[in-house]
Design a protein around this ligand. Structure first.
Ligand code: SF4
Length: 465
């Protein structure tokens, strides 16, 4: 008899909004084993699993879900780790609704299986046991690889090539590993203990990690070739964009990059226990509509702002943030000013920001991205009060590596140009992937790029074996 369809996903327990805006603890609490079993039981174990086609790293989704149904959680996490070294991270921050879950067959009639939550459940279950099982590893093959950057792309390459017998060294510019997972995403969305745990797992595969090591300054890419056979550059996109409007150099104007780095990496939210003071403005306006904008607006509320606004030039339908994150922000009291474009920042005679001049927008014809483009409405200018602005409209790669590596081709926005299928750059034995190639994108797309590059590096270095 055909399995009866269960069209509704089990919701995941969360901290209540009134409680969570007073702390930096994780908002979503994860499935219990009982909820995970129920949710896994919804999966139809399709013969042709479309969900898997939607996963940038090709996790065998129906199989790991089946292990949950059978109660063999150890086998479930092992299955995921065959293709994903960061399951606790991906289970939390990947946009599954646009990837695996968007392809799930159950989504045609009801709600797709909560694949991300099940992935997170297994990763957390393994962590609670305090012992991570390692997949089979090849013996050392005598080849050495340097990886620049310890974010999701670099960690994936390190994991994949370490398993294949390469000796891996990661060079990280900051004092803590994890890249954007550590400096960018706040504790309440991705606890740093989880990032640390997943980095430690990769180190347990024999990977060496040097922090405070800026490739392009401490040492150049070319000098690394004295020791290493090949190099992967996964240095991320750490150069923030600004609006280029008058007043952006007033006190109280931050890039989201600086604001979140101060709070997360430098633990500003724990001041004075950590020596990173953070201004506590009363009215904060965040420019942008992506996940980084949501993170900034929600951080500002937790740091005590009376009002935290998202100022976005399009409408709710075009918000690039994950629906779940925009919903969390709304529940917490973030105010969304849609169809609004800041045009000028106004300060007092001491140089501190006091107001923002904005103009209302309406949506016109679709642009190259397929989204309707915002058009200013004549005569609709108005002012809003604010004592802090956080600009969260995107980032480009830091030019340090491209400036110090002759022959490395870069695009207009400073991104390293690569062959899309392999991640190979214009220079021999240098591959690249993640945000340094694409500009700021998602964790899982960086991991997918890392996976492709690792495969291509292995093929090149092992003579196709
Ligand atoms: S498409 Fe949905 S129902 Fe089918 S195997 Fe994947 S998760 Fe299960």
């Amino acid at each position: 008899m055909a399995k009866e369809l269960d069209l509704h996903r089990r919701s995941m327990p969360k901290q209540e909004p009134f409680e969570r805006i007073r702390n930096f603890d994780e908002v979503a609490l994860g499935y219990t084993e009982e909820l995970a079993q129920e949710e896994a039981g919804r999966c139809l174990n399709c013969k042709k699993p479309l969900c898997q086609e939607g996963c940038p790293v090709g996790i065998n989704i129906p199989e790991f879900i089946r292990y949950i149904v059978e109660g063999d959680l150890q086998a479930g996490i092992k299955k995921i780790k065959e293709t994903n070294a960061l399951p606790a991270v991906c289970g939390r921050v990947c946009p599954q609704e646009e990837q695996c879950e968007s392809r799930c067959i159950l989504g045609k009639k009801g709600e797709p299986v909560s694949i991300g939550r099940l992935e997170r459940f297994l990763a957390d279950w393994e962590a609670s046991k305090g012992r991570a099982e390692k997949p089979a590893m090849a013996s050392l093959n005598g080849k050495k690889i340097a990886i620049v950057g310890s974010g999701p792309a670099g960690i994936t390459v390190a994991n994949d090539l370490a398993l294949l017998g390469y000796e891996i060294t990661i060079f990280e510019a900051l004092h803590a590993a994890g890249g954007v997972l550590t400096y960018g995403i706040p504790e309440f969305r991705l606890p740093k203990a989880i990032v640390k745990r997943e980095v430690e797992y990769v180190k347990s595969l024999g990977v060496k990690l040097y922090v405070d090591y800026i490739v392009g300054k401490t040492r150049t890419i070319d000098s690394l070739f004295k020791e290493f056979d090949a190099i992967f550059v996964g240095a991320g996109a750490g150069l923030p964009w600004f609006m280029n409007i008058p007043g952006e150099n007033l006190n109280g104007v931050y890039s989201a990059n600086e604001y979140l780095t101060r709070c997360n990496l430098m633990k500003g939210y724990l001041f004075p226990a950590f020596d990173t003071p953070m201004k506590r403005p009363a009215i904060v306006a965040v420019f942008g509509g992506g996940n980084v904008a949501m993170d900034s607006a929600r951080t500002a509320l937790r740091l005590g702002a009376d009002e935290s606004h998202i100022v976005y030039r399009r409408s709710k339908e075009e918000l690039p943030a994950r629906a779940e994150e925009a919903e969390n922000a709304e529940e917490e009291g973030v105010i969304f000013d849609y169809l609004t474009l800041p045009v000028r920042l106004i300060g007092d005679d001491q140089g501190w920001l006091t107001e923002i001049e904005c103009i209302k927008m309406e949506l016109g014809e679709p642009d190259a991205s397929g989204r309707r483009s915002p058009v200013p409405m004549k005569g609709s200018e108005f002012r809003m009060k604010a004592d802090a602005v956080i600009v969260a409209i995107g980032n480009s790669p830091n030019p340090l590596i491209s400036m110090t590596t002759p022959g490395l081709k870069v695009g207009k926005k400073g991104n390293i140009e690569v062959d899309e299928a392999t991640g190979k750059t214009s220079r021999d034995n240098i591959w690249a992937g993640g945000d340094v190639v694409t500009g700021a994108a998602t964790v899982i797309s960086a991991m997918g790029a890392g996976r492709k590059a690792a495969k291509a590096m292995h093929e090149a270095l092992s003579g196709g074996k």
